[in-house]
Write a protein that binds this ligand. Structure first.
Ligand code: SF4
Ligand code: SF4
Length: 196
């Protein structure tokens, strides 16, 4: 939606929030509040509060046939009920569906503000089969988040560590650029880039 000249940032935030509520729960009340917000902006705060009160704040259960986003919310709610040490986060990539478009590579570059030539998530391409029955296979290669990550114990300054939820992280402020983790990582995931 384009921003109207008279709209203030707060109005936009409220409008987007209400649209999110309506999309997540199909909440008629949220749509009604959205209509009122557009017609009578002075009542926006009261309308927002009433709409929010009618929508469940957290989806905790979802059947197998529920929308994938609803199931993800329910999974997240279940995970967050556990203690950090009992949580295990995974990223699953269905290689059968990957078409090698590199959109994930670009998204990662944008998210991490990487300089030209540096990617954290390349997509490896290879040709398989025998002529004339050949095809191409694409393998996105993020950090594998190893269960026993060899990059962690080699770090002399503990810049690489496994957090309380089992996620391998790097403290960039603490890193001294010794490259020990580059050598230790069996997947060639680590990259060293010069300070910007
Ligand atoms: S390059 Fe940085 S993160 Fe890697 S081992 Fe050396 S200090 Fe640790
Ligand atoms: S950087 Fe390499 S060794 Fe460390 S967790 Fe990721 S894939 Fe495993």
């Amino acid at each position: 939606m384009s921003k109207r000249p008279s709209e203030k940032p707060d109005d936009l935030r409220r409008r987007n929030f209400l649209r999110g509520l309506a999309g997540a729960g199909g909440a008629a009340a949220a749509f009604a509040a959205l209509d009122r917000l557009e017609a009578e902006p002075e009542h926006a705060a009261a309308a927002l509060a009433r709409a929010a009160a009618t929508v469940p704040q957290t989806v905790t259960e979802a059947g197998d046939n529920a929308d994938v986003l609803i199931r993800m919310q329910a999974d997240l709610a279940r995970a967050l009920k556990k203690q950090p040490a009992e949580r295990r986060w995974v990223m699953v990539i269905d290689l059968r569906k990957c078409v090698g478009c590199h959109a994930c590579t670009i998204a990662c570059v944008a998210e991490n503000k990487l300089p030209p030539g540096v990617v954290y998530r390349p997509v490896i391409e290879e040709e398989i089969g025998e002529y004339p029955n050949v095809t191409r296979r694409f393998i996105p290669r993020p950090c594998m988040q190893c269960e026993n990550p060899p990059c962690v114990p080699v770090c002399p300054v503990y810049a690489t560590y496994t957090n309380a939820e089992g996620v391998v992280e790097v403290n960039y402020e603490q890193c001294i650029g010794c490259r020990a983790c580059l050598t230790a990582c069996p997947y060639g995931v680590r990259r060293r880039q010069r300070p910007r």
